[in-house]
Design a protein around this ligand. Sequence first.
Ligand code: F6P
Length: 743
Amino acid sequence: MLYRIARPVKYIGLGFAVIAVLALAIAPFSTRLVEQWSRSDVEARSRLVYKAIQNSMVRAIADGDTSRLAAIFENVALDDRILAVALCDESGRLINPTKLMPATFSCDKVARSEAESFSTIFNDGRRILVGTFPIVERNQKAYLLVLHDLSFIDTRSGEAHGFVVAALAGIAIAIAGVAAVFVVVMLRGWMTSLRRAVEEVRSGAVLSPQARDRSAIDHQIKKLLGEIEIGRETITSRQIDWSPAALQELLRKTLPDVEVLVISNREPYIHNRENGEISLQTPASGLVSALEPVIRACGGTWIAHGSGNADRETVDHDDKIRVPPDAPSYTLRRIWISDEEQDGYYYGFANEGLWPLCHIAFVRPQFREADWRQYEAINQRFAEAVVQEARTPDPIVLVQDYHFALAPRMIRQRLPRATIITFWHIPWPNAETFSICPWKERIIDGLLGSTILGFHTQFHCNNFFETVDRFVESRIDREHATVTSGGHETMVRAYPISIEWPPKALAGQPSIDLCRSQVRESLGLAADVKLAVGIERFDYTKGILDRMKAVDDLLTRDPAWKRRFTFLQVAAPTRSKLASYSTLQSEAVALAGDINARHGDDSWQPVVLLIRHHEAADVFRLFRAADVCIVSSLHDGMNLVAKEFVAARDDEKGVLVLSSFTGASRELSEALIVNPYNTHEMSAALDTALRMPGHEQQERMRLMRQQVREWNVYRWAGRMLIDAKASRQRLRILDISEANQVR
Ligand code: F6P
């Protein structure tokens, strides 16, 4: 629209310029015209005078009556324009000049020929036109001279020039006036329709076709609003103190009545029957611990694989259950997957294909056609479930992780107006690495069905851009971080995931001292033994063997630590069906036994390995009891264990040893950052951590806690929702703009 306003303004300016050029061009032309016209007028008058007095003059000359001749001349000279009249005889003598004849005038100054002639002479700064008319009487030749003062021509040309300029200026002013009225009227109309359109966009009302026709918003406004939104996003996401209430407020104000749907493989609550009793388990999953507080705040429906052996018993006839069980705030819809499907989709393609493909842990990815088919089918099943659950045509769908790379496109095909936010919780490899996947184009295309695609770090976004660039026909706009493919635009951004603040698991925790004594007692350790912990799923990407080797190295290099230090590894069994995982478990058990045999004795074991799932409250108690937490992932998208350790330490003590290959290391720079492949570097860091004075621990921990508090999971979700809101507005404005163009 702005260019439509700018256009007349531009034309007015152009008009003025043209008129100025015209005035400059016409000025000398009009002067010349007036001059020529005045001069021929004067010449005609001279001729008239000659004709009028010719006979009487000839008679007076023939009679030799000079006084009659003088009287005739004086009579002619009475005319205002005529300066003087006289005769020149053949010898060049001036005869009977009238009174105003210039004193310096002589007959030599004019041509005396057989025919009439006109010449211009200058006298006292004046231009004088001299008309010379030959007279022949009785073989005597004389010349009548009629002198006109031409200074009136200069006055007349000046006036003509002034008139031309004034006329053109008048025209210009008239045009400008008309154009100004036109612009004002147009501006008013546009502003009214803009205001109406923005109000409609803001209110989220569905536009009727008539309303769309009314609007005059076009691409310029769309761009403008987009920029405003981006600016607003920066301000709001930074300024808000992010909490569940802030997230709810954001939804209420900017996305009123929006429907939120989540899909993930892992469900937030698992029902299992053990010894005839149904028990509730919350899984060891970073994804679940991050997303659960968000969906609790937003409400909505979470669609996930029902993996518990009592899950079917606990849902209603629509496979749904309200959770959390103690204070229900959202719906869990369970999807059933057979063992065979699970082998192909989850164990096969997701965890033997994509997982090792995306993590640099030097485990060879396995790609099997049959697994891929199952993966496709399960993605389709979840996409169908989203369509079934959606009550509106444009829900916000949060697609989680590498289990659902195809689902965004499948959902988009069925719900074209949905806002699909896909978050990839693991790293994205470089294009070279990704190229080995036989279905790479399908995976990229599936993800590009998203409205927003999120990664933990900018580095992974850049890897994704590079991969898209290599394998898919698309337009990548790195400045605005978008990929456009098949006419659909996907925003690709870094949203570092985090944990809730304050963490729910912290509520009701005993004091730090009590946690320390309880845990040491349960492990059979003396009260002054230093404790380092590692807590995670038993996954080969976590570097569990590497940290054990660092413990071994520390005790070998500095035996003084014996009986003064213990390392506790808590590992939740995971994906144990896969050889790469079961082998890791056996290796870890063997390595722990070997280290204990070499360094331990009957009363003290340097490594304690607990292979079982711990609920969040137990994990937090261990964190609070520890002096050091070791996170030595070989590769990790973010790693929320590191953030949970920091959140658990409200005493501002404890040291975090953190792998540089985690996304978390970019935020928690006050940790002792290590390369887990370098055993000696890690053992040295462990030694530093165990010796670190309290005040240094406090300074480091305080800064890390501030980072995790401010960049908590509500901000992670809030930033994505703000971007989703901006994208929804852009979509609406695009609709309006398209409707205008059709019109
Ligand atoms: O790291 C990716 C991820 O989805 C995490 O978010 C989560 O902790 C883990 O994998 C879950 O693994 P699984 O559900 O296979 O046990």
